[in-house]
Design a protein around this ligand. Sequence first.
Ligand code: ADP
Length: 497
Amino acid sequence: MKKYIMALDAGTTSNRCILFDWRGRVCSVAQREFAQYFPHPGWVEHDAEELWQSMLSVAREAQNRLGARFDEIAAIGITNQRETSIVWERETGQPICNAIVWQCRRTADYAEELKQRGLTEEIQRKTGLRIDPYFSATKLHWILNHVPGAQARAESGELMFGTVDSWLIYKLSGRRVHATDYSNASRTMLFNITTLCWDRDILRELNIPEGILPETRPSCGFFGESDPEFFGGAIPIAGVAGDQQCALFGQTCFEEGQAKNTYGTGCFMLMNTGEQPVFSRHGLLTTIAWGFNGRVNYALEGSVYAAGAAIQWLRDELQLLDSVEDSEYFATRVEDTNGCYVVPAFTGLGAPYWDPYARGMITGLTRGVNKYHIIRATLESLAFQTYDVLRAMVQDCGIELRSLRVDGGASRNNFLMQFQSDIMNREIVRPACVETTAMGASYLAGLAVGFWKSQQEIRGIWEQNRIFTPNMEEAERERELSGWNQAIKAVFGWARA
Ligand code: ADP
C-alpha cells in the first residue's frame, strides 16, 4: 500500500525532507543546516559532498520518524536552490571543487565581457534570461578555467556538470543517472527554452563541451530509482523542479494567468504564461515552469531583493521590534504612515527597475512621524514592490490577473496581506499549508506514478487558509501609489555619485 510521497527540498542554507500523504498533509519532517563558505568577499560556496550527505540523512530521519517502509513511499520528488553549479568526476563521483552558489558574484567580470561581446539579445531570445553571474553558465565556465586541467578533462569526457537537483539524482540513483529537468535547465543560461535543447551556439561562445551536461527531461516523469541501500529498497525518483517553479506548482497555479508570490527574505513572483514563452519588455525573466504531460509551461519571473529582510532590519539594526511578528501589531497602532515611505533598496533594485546603484531611503518625513509609521511604511514597501513586479507582468503578457496566491514567512502577516490586496486591487489567497515548495515537488512526483490521478484531484485537496479582498477607495489607492512612485524615483542611482 503506497501511503506517502517523499519530498526532498534542497534549500540554500538547509536541506529538508517532508513525507506527505494523499491529502497533502505533512506526516513527517526532518531538516538540517549545512555550512556556507565565503572564501573571498562576494563569493559563496557549498561543499557538494556535504549537501548530499545532509540530504540523505534528513531523508532517512523523516522516514524513520514515521516508521515508513520503502514500499509505502510511492515516489521521491526533488526541489532545489536553483543555478548553484557542481562539477564532478565521472569515474569516481567526486566533486572537483566546491559548489558555486547562485548568490556568488565571482563571475561578474566575465558576465560583463559577454555583454561587451554583444550577446545580450541572443541570450535573452534563446534562454529567456539576462546575462548575469546569477545563472549557472558563467559559474561552469569559471570552474573549467580555474580548476587545473578541468577544461581538458571536460573535453575528454571525464567530468560531469549539474545543478543541485542533478547532483542529488546522480547520488540517489547510485551514480546511474545524469539528468536534470527543464525548469532547472532553464536557469543555466545554456538551454534553449523554445527548442528544449542545450544551445550549441552559446556553448561554443563559452567554450563548454556539451558532453559535460546532463540529459534534460520533463519535470514530471521517471528519472530513475533510488539505490536500494538508502531506504531499504528502491523508490522511483519521479518529480524534479527548481524551488520557485515547485512553489508555483504547489500553489496549484496550473493554468495560464495564475501567479504566486513568495514573501521570504526577498520576494519571488512567478506567473504561469501557458505553453508559449513571453519575452519581457519590462525587465522580467522568462523561464520554464515545468514539463508535464508532454507539454511545457512557461513562466514570467520577477524578484524583489529586500522584502522580509527589511523587517529583519527593523528588528536587528533599528531595534524597533523584538520580533518580526510584532510588526503587524505596531503597524495597526496607526491609521496610515503619515506620508512616510520606506524604500528598502539596500542592495539596489531588482525587477522591474534593475538599478544596482539604488540605495535605501526613508522619505516624506515630517515632525509627526513616529516609529509605528516607519514600521507600517516598511511593511507597505513589500506590497508596493510586489505591485511593481505584477504591473510589469501584466504589461508583458496582457493577461489580467484576478487573484494572487501567496506563501513564505511574511505571508503570515495579515496587515501586509490586506494592504497588498488593497494596493493591487485584487484578491490574495493564502493556503493552509505554506510548505508550497515541497508540496509542488511531491505533486510532480505523485502525478508521475499515479499516486494522484490528475491536477484536478490535487486542486480538490488543496486548502486555502484565508482570502483577502480589496477594500480601499480608488482615490486613496492612487494617492498611495503616486507617493510610492515619487519615493522610488528618489533612490535611483544613489550610489553612483
Ligand atoms: P527564506 O526562505 O527566504 O529564509 P522565509 O519564508 O522563512 O524566508 O521567511 C522569513 C522572512 O519573512 C524573514 O525575512 C522575516 O523577516 C519575514 N517574516 C516572517 N514572519 C513575518 C511576519 N509575521 N511579518 C513580517 N515579516 C515576517
